[in-house]
Design a protein. Structure first.
Length: 162
């Protein structure tokens, strides 16, 4: 029993890690499409950099971005409306801002079976909240929408919460 449980745990960990990596690729593409430059995946240099996954620039402004990729729906079928930034997100962001001389931003990437949406905003817009309110992003109340229900063309079965 414990062997099958640990196998299921390993599979779930691999699914989540892979979904996060997929989200970072979609984030990079969205940044390119929105004319950001000097885009760099910080995890290439230091795995699991505190707060930031990506660094980039646009119009002489430097950004560090925490990318959060999730399924739109939870296992119970309810909408996954808030994406947690993790413990001590604001302190980690402040440290990253100093380290990279950049401003902290977030990207929430919402995956569905055949489509995805990407939301982008500054950490300061969250007013101290430790989670990105994706339900408000969808309505245009916070951040900006970089992609809205855009079609993707890959088999999403592995990444789903089923």
């Amino acid at each position: 029993m414990t062997n099958s449980l640990s196998k299921a745990n390993r599979k779930e960990a691999a699914r989540k890690k892979s979904l996060g990596e997929l989200g970072e690729l979609f984030a990079i593409k969205a940044l390119v499409d929105n004319e950001f430059d000097k885009i760099r995946n910080l995890n290439d240099d230091s795995y699991n950099e505190a707060f930031a996954d990506l660094k980039c620039e646009k119009n002489n402004k430097r950004y560090i971005i925490s990318v959060k990729a999730r399924n739109k729906y939870q296992k119970n079928g309810k909408i996954n409306s808030r994406y947690n930034l993790g413990t001590n997100a604001y302190q980690k962001a402040k440290n990253a801002e100093l380290k990279y001389k950049a401003t902290a931003y977030w990207m929430a990437i919402q995956f569905e079976k055949d489509s995805f949406s990407i939301y982008f905003g500054s950490l300061s817009e969250l007013n101290g909240s430790n989670a990105i309110p994706v339900d408000k992003c969808e309505k245009g109340l916070i951040g900006s929408i970089l992609a809205n229900k855009k079609r993707h063309y890959f088999d999403f079965d592995f990444y789903s919460n089923d």
